[in-house]
Design a protein around this ligand. Sequence first.
Ligand SMILES: CC(C)(COP(=O)(O)OP(=O)(O)OC[C@H]1O[C@@H](n2cnc3c(N)ncnc32)[C@H](O)[C@@H]1OP(=O)(O)O)[C@@H](O)C(=O)NCCC(=O)NCCS
Length: 221
Amino acid sequence: MRKVFRVVCGLFTTRIRGGSGFRLFNKVRVQGHDNCIELLESYHCRNNRVIIHGSHNHITINGSSVINTLIEVRGDHTSFSIGLGGIIRRAQILLRDNGSSIAIGKQFDSGIGLEIAAMEGASISIGDDCLLSNNCIITNSDAHSIYIDEIRVNRAKDIKIGNHVWFGRNAVVLKGASVADGDIIGHSAICTGGEYAPDYVYAGNPAKSIKKITKWDSVCE
Ligand SMILES: CC(C)(COP(=O)(O)OP(=O)(O)OC[C@H]1O[C@@H](n2cnc3c(N)ncnc32)[C@H](O)[C@@H]1OP(=O)(O)O)[C@@H](O)C(=O)NCCC(=O)NCCS
């Protein structure tokens, strides 16, 4: 049976499941109750800061490396997960507001400076085998409100990124964008929302399709 480690923060408890050394190599600060950090398979986590302000939040790192990263949760019932074989370095993973979620699939590979922010209860999902260059940003909320006649016109919207997607350096994905399988998002391109067709290269601001492709490969021949 898997061991369950309990971290006592004041009067409240957080469960760290499966990660005997996690507290030694990472800083964990929690205010709230019934939060869970679950570490599965042969995960590798070093020099991360995990800050949780809220309750019933769930972080799952499943056989991935997460290094020098800030995971900050402010809200209840949020979740962050990353699947097998991934790597995240010098990133910021931000979950704000109740019910927000970030789910990353298997074999995720991100350069430094990645920022993923899920807010207002909306979700961000990223498929398997995605490759992100340095300083990419994925955010499903504007983080501030815009009104027309007292009606909020810029609510957060879910973001979906398919399988085998490659982001060039500084690529940005904003609320409501749905990037399809096999896409390439070019250097400094901004995906501003809506549906992106599969197996296309998109570039520019706002990102437009520049060519249809058969496939892309992470290895240069
Ligand atoms: C998107 C990208 C892959 C396209 O490469 P490509 O298929 O060889 O495209 P081309 O160079 O033939 O450019 C096609 C057109 O798109 C435009 N374009 C290409 N990349 C662009 C970009 N990032 N932003 C705006 N326009 C771009 C070109 O100016 C050209 O326009 P034109 O037809 O009017 O002359 C490449 O430009 C890119 O951005 N690569 C990412 C580099 C990177 O960040 N690498 C980090 C390592 S992971």
